[in-house]
Design a protein. Sequence first.
Length: 366
Amino acid sequence: MDRRQFLAAGAAAAAVAALPRRGRADELMSRPGEVVQVFRPGVTAGRDVVRPEAARDLLDDTLRRFGGKDDPVEVLAEYVDPADTVGLKVNALASPGHPFHPVFAWRLVDHLRALGVPDARIIIYDQYGDRMEKGGYRLQRSAKRGVRVVNHRSVGYRRRAIDFDRVRALRWTRVLDEVTAIINLCVPKDHDLAGVTGALKNMAFGNIDRVPEFHQVIHEAIVWMYAQPEILGRTRLTICDATRVLYEGGPQDQPRHRVPYDAMLISEDPVAIDWAVLDIVNAQRAEHGLQPVEHAPNVRGKPRPPDFLPLAVAGGLGQPLERLKWTRVFADGSVAPYHADFIDRAWSDRPPADAGSRPGRRGPDR
């Protein structure tokens, strides 16, 4: 199915329903629309420092709160089998200041080991090796030496390209030839073309080559790519490192627009995570006197509403905003529901036919 067919068949909904895989995304989830957010003040020390012990405690508590179990390993066991080869798809583009922090990734490795997954079947990966290294990930390609930490160039891409439309094609990273389960490890960022970037875009654009070629069709491309069996059929869980938030100027790091937030989010539903990311980014924008991204132009004066979100809902990749079940856990242990107060409901409720891409070309992206 190419992009012309994709759009002619009723935007994302018909296209996603027609794709060969285990089932619609919401049928693969036991808890669609649910997001748990845990706050832990003091995890960060200023804009650039994450305290390791406090960070490990935050990850463990987030897993426990989400899974309702005392042992975070038991929570992961609901999503990963010891026989799996597990990919930890980090986002390190905004390094050094705003990657998915390595302390969280390695804590997950500890839990996977405790679950019975051997080091040779754990792969931490992302697109750009230099960004990974700047973010604190030491590249290591050999399974004989332990957990692999790799980038796309070091492992290569599949030979066979997949057509997106008549002029664009993509190749998947060869990491996807090995992994049977993926944990999506994203960060909350403003994005100058997509509005925001979080869960969906980390997996869609973060597993392919030729990223800039898809900027002019960015919203359709995010949904189409995520819906492919290479991604949708393997992604078990999304964890968002919200210890910091980039509320303007993304997806590259902009230290003056990056603020400490001291939180972590978790969900089975990538669309639910991205609704939460949009609200968090917009809340920070409001605090700094900026419009919500739905209505704020980018630096070139172009509109950039995150239209991939209503498209993803129409395509069955996750729940609409009105079905978001977002629970916040505070430092004192109190728990409260939250209703995404910083998202324009009139925009989010538009039919997907009204959503579409905005032109633009840039360099490295996510």
